[in-house]
Design a protein around this ligand. Structure first.
Ligand code: DX5
Ligand code: ZN
Length: 240
């Protein structure tokens, strides 16, 4: 059955002075997730939001929250985030993403186990230069893989060309492992890049500026999803 692409608007581009209005807006426009970017100023430049804002957010939306941890030593802070997500409308629909570059050796599999033990979905993110092969030891355990199409840190950057080819590589690795995690792409995604990514196998598209900086954010979200769905349908039809 055809599964539409989901749009995950990134809160980094929202207006924190009227945050609830922005959350309600994306919910009404049909967003699949709220993408919550946590940056610690060490793993990546920028200092964003953490536990206190997440506590408010989970009480204020029925959308699943997709927590993207761009932090050093995520093992230390994971329990805090997982604890807060227990207060979400459906904690089992929420996703927690850790970066492969922040975890060494057995730490990556351990972080995935900790996320699962809390009943949430686990994802691993890759920076643009990180090879897809690092996913091999854990791919069978993941509900989602996040392919970054910009360097982590700021919204509003330009999409790095070739990120769609990386999505296709993840699809191939997952297939070879008999796994089928969702594939999410994050960074510079908009109406021009969404079709390429959807055709390559992306299931979830994070959109910061392309949604919140648009004159009509709801219309922008729907346009991006429609462009992605059309490309996905055409690709499936061509493969059939
Ligand atoms: C960047 C964040 C992204 C960012 C996306 O480090 O992970 O989620 O906010 O914003 P846009 O879509 O504007 O690139
Ligand atoms: Zn992100």
């Amino acid at each position: 059955m055809f599964q539409p692409v989901k749009i995950a608007p990134s809160i980094l581009s929202a207006n924190f002075m009227s945050f609830q209005a922005d959350i309600d807006l994306i919910e009404r426009a049909g967003a699949g997730y709220v993408h919550y970017d946590v940056i610690d100023g060490h793993f990546a430049p920028n200092l964003t939001v953490g536990i206190p804002v997440l506590k408010q957010l989970v009480k204020s939306t029925s959308l699943p929250v997709d927590v993207h941890l761009m932090i050093d030593n995520p093992e230390r802070e994971l329990p805090w985030f997982l604890d807060v997500l227990q207060g979400a409308a459906d904690p089992t629909a929420c996703v927690v993403t850790v970066h492969a570059e922040a975890l060494y050796g057995p730490q990556l599999a351990r972080a995935v186990e900790v996320i699962h033990a809390a009943g949430c979905k686990a994802a691993v993110a890759l920076k643009p230069c990180t090879p897809v092969a690092v996913l091999a030891p854990v791919i069978a355990e993941l509900e989602m893989v996040l392919v970054m199409s910009v360097e982590p840190g700021f919204s509003g950057q330009s999409y790095i060309e070739g990120s769609d080819a990386k999505v296709a590589e993840v699809v191939a690795l997952a297939r070879a492992a008999g796994a089928s995690p969702l594939i999410e792409v994050d960074g510079g995604v908009g109406v021009a890049t969404a079709p390429l990514l959807a055709a390559a196998g992306a299931d979830v598209l994070v959109c910061g500026n392309a949604v919140f900086a648009a004159e009509d954010p709801a219309a922008a979200l729907m346009r991006i999803e429609q462009a992605a769905d059309e490309a996905r349908e055409a690709t499936l039809a061509a493969q059939a």
